[in-house]
Design a binder for this molecule. Sequence first.
Ligand code: ADP
Length: 589
Amino acid sequence: MKQKYSFEMITMRNTIDYFKKSTWWGVLEQVVATLRAVCFVMSLWAMQEVFDRVYRFTQTQISILEFTGYLLLLCVILIINQLLNGYGQYLMSQVSYSNMGKLMGDFQRKLGRIDPVHFEREEFLDQIERAKDCLEYEELGHLASITLQFVSYYTILLLLVGFYLFQFSPLIPIIIVLSFIPLVLGYLLHYRQARKLEEETYSLRRQNRYYVESLVGPQFFKETRLLGGFGYFYNHFFSTLYSVVRREERASLKMMWIKLGLNLFSYLGFGFVLYLLFIELTQGKVSIGAFSSTFILLSQFFSLVDELVSEHISGIGDSLSQVVNFYQLMDFPERGGNMGEIDFSKGLVAEQVSFSYGESSQLILKELNLDLQKGESIALVGENGSGKTTLIRLLLGLYTPTSGQVWIGDLETQTTHQRSLFRRTSGVFQQFQRYKLSLLDNICISDWSKDVEESVIDRLLEMVGGHLKSIDKNMLLAPEFGGINLSGGQWQRLAIARGLYREHDFIIMDEPTAAIDPKEEYRLYQMFEQMVAEKTSILVSHRLGSVRLASRIVVLDQGKIVEIGSHEELLAKKGKYFTLWRSQSKWYD
Ligand code: ADP
């Protein structure tokens, strides 16, 4: 259930978070902004004094010295104003860069605390993308800077200018404030509008990105071209793009009219204030100097307001809706749990475990029971889609059961913190990482905590085979960085070496061997069994020959354990295992 965020709440939270991260640079930025506002009003006052003295100087009522003095004062104030502007810009980018890095860090740490099962859901991946967009386009900083400027610059400026103008007529500041009201209303409207547009088009934009990827992405384009899918993807790319652009066009047209109305209202206020001043001038209540400087002030002031609306406020709606995406992710429930030391001598137990990938999805595993003793090695077999990988993820504690319990040693996975669960477990997965690092680092990355022992690594490389041992260990495995690439089978062997290198009491091997022929897979599984002889381990395969020597073979079918036993026992049963074995035995003759 998504939390609702009001714009006041999100603005306040974002501004406070951002300001707290900015340290004293942020404080300095706001002090400079306030000084700029003060300087602006002082320049106004100095201008009025200079204008008045021009007139009196021509009437020879004052000396050239006095006139020059005021002129110099005005120049100094204007120069200081410029310097403050420049310094303010510098501070803003300084704060923005350093905060961006800190927020990125928070974001990554947050992702690390979220239950991995959510990463299986498209909707959640969408949410991550959106939050990432917000960081990459610096919306968080943008919104917070504007809000802070509202307080430290625009509000102070408004108050000072209001105070200055109050002396001519109390009506003038009131009119100026009134011309701000529609701006605030427009601000609210734009926020709602942008949020709606964002929600409506996000899925379309994601689809569009996918079509672009299918057309030109390095992983897809060969197949797309070869199998003639280009036209198909191009049509989908075009129609999704067209839908998004149409909606955005309609929304921005609407906003353009609103902005036009707002500007008109502001300029009406400007005209009215001038009219009032003109009356005061004709009645001799204000001097020519005051009238001229106020005229300049108002034109500058209204262009400032114009800038505020067109550059800042109109963008605020978009920024806010992006910032909401960020906070939605930051507020996403985390997987907590107690810290503890797993006692692996107690084995592993799955009790009445059922699992589904989402609230409304079907059950993938159904009331399943399984136990493993310390040091036992079992094989998990079954057809594709029978639930082997899902069960493995539950037994590792990566996912927690929808109902039932999984115990690793004496700790239950639902109530134990992931850091405790994964401390001494290892695994080799179907979709393993191909790190763009050296061969050595590609292995050591699974356990940085221990000192690198080349002899251990050499032994591992020898055991996994595939001529990996003849490659320089410091060779980068990334052709794009001047290194080399490995074949699919070599990468899989490397992944096995990586899994074995990590210190562990419990390890799984979830068929990372699709690119290796059945006989070689069998050899690797044998080698794996020997390497982990003292450890608790699970071998997963849909190729039965590879795991036939396991003391216990667990057969999974449609999310249920249908048979358990040794190869001979299961063949004698003439059940599911027997049928599968018969269809595959030709591979191992
Ligand atoms: P196996 O490893 O035996 O091939 P899996 O555990 O990968 O089987 O998948 C079991 C079932 O779970 C399949 O029907 C598959 O469609 C479904 N499944 C796997 N991953 C997801 C997911 N992220 N969301 C929804 N269903 C999934």
